[in-house]
Design a protein around this ligand. Structure first.
Ligand code: NAP
Length: 255
């Protein structure tokens, strides 16, 4: 039987769960970009940092005898997913993409959708508002274009240097977040708009439910387009099955 090596491109909770699920099936390596200062504990060996574009990733796949590539990166991490599609094709390695479903608005939601953070900030309008910005610390620069609003910024790592804004407060926290806590947070800061990305998943959905309950606007940044490559799975279990199937095909081919 052929020795398998799955490389998971991670940085998400699902990637960690997929690594756990795959741990008994063969060799598994989890790759992190190295953005978070204290990443969560991982159940399999981890490598860190960029590969050097699609070409670097293809070389890594070949040099490390990777037999299946699993792209379980965040739905907004468009570059690494594009690189994964190109590299998998170049190295002749099957690709499985784990993509958690996007959120959709339901009755009572007051969403204003935008294609970028800058577009969402513009949609806040000109009169001063109290905005809860639940965004990554690298995505906050467009807020400085609209200094008239108050911003409550929540991120995993500190925002350094701080934003050049007159009315801003920072909050450090890592999900999952509970509905009661989100409601209390929005009320305490008298928030009237949430600015966030359509990340999907349960861990950060409570703020959307809280906004619905309070009847406040959600400036929702749409997802970037992902490459149409490989097998797409929407749950960890589906991804696990697709990877096991890909392994079986690779083994057949190798015999
Ligand atoms: P990105 O813009 O798609 O990627 C930028 C570069 O970072 C890539 O070209 C690659 O460098 C490197 N990279 C990204 N993910 C990597 C990984 N898992 N392993 C090794 N290198 C990686 O991605 P991003 O938006 O900066 O996100 C970086 C990481 O944070 C991802 O792993 C993602 O899952 C996680 N994350 C992102 C978000 C978000 O909203 N974007 C939210 C939560 C978690 P090279 O070209 O040199 O290989």
């Amino acid at each position: 039987m052929m020795d398998h090596h799955v490389l998971i491109l991670g940085g998400t909770t699902e990637a960690r769960h997929l690594a756990e699920r795959l741990a008994g099936l063969g060799r598994v390596t989890l790759s992190l970009a190295g953005r978070t200062k204290r990443p969560a504990r991982q159940p399999v060996p981890v490598r860190g940092g960029g590969f050097g574009g699609a070409e670097g990733l293809a070389t890594f796949l070949s040099n490390n005898d990777v037999t299946v590539l699993a792209d379980a990166t965040h739905p907004f991490a468009a570059r690494i997913s594009a690189n994964a599609a190109i590299a998998a094709e170049a190295a002749g390695v099957p690709l499985v993409r784990l993509e958690r479903p996007a959120w959709s608005p339901v009755a009572g939601d007051r969403w204003i959708e935008a294609d970028s953070v800058a577009e969402a900030v513009a949609a806040l309008g000109s009169s001063p508002r109290r905005v809860f910005a639940a965004l990554g610390r690298q995505e906050l620069a467009p807020l400085e274009v609209a200094p008239g609003h108050f911003y409550l910024v929540r991120s995993v790592d500190p925002v350094e240097p701080p934003l050049d804004l007159p009315h801003v407060e920072y909050l450090l926290a890592r999900g999952p977040f509970a509905m009661a806590d989100e409601l209390a947070l929005l009320e305490r800061h008298r928030i009237d708009a949430i600015l966030c990305k359509n990340s999907g998943g349960a861990a950060t959905y409570a703020k959307i439910e809280a906004a619905r309950q309070l009847g406040i606007d959600v400036l929702m940044v749409r997802r970037p387009t992902m490459p149409a490559a490989g097998v797409v799975a929407s749950t960890v279990e589906q991804a696990f099955e697709a990877i096991a199937h890909a392994m079986a095909l690779v083994s057949e081919r190798g015999e």
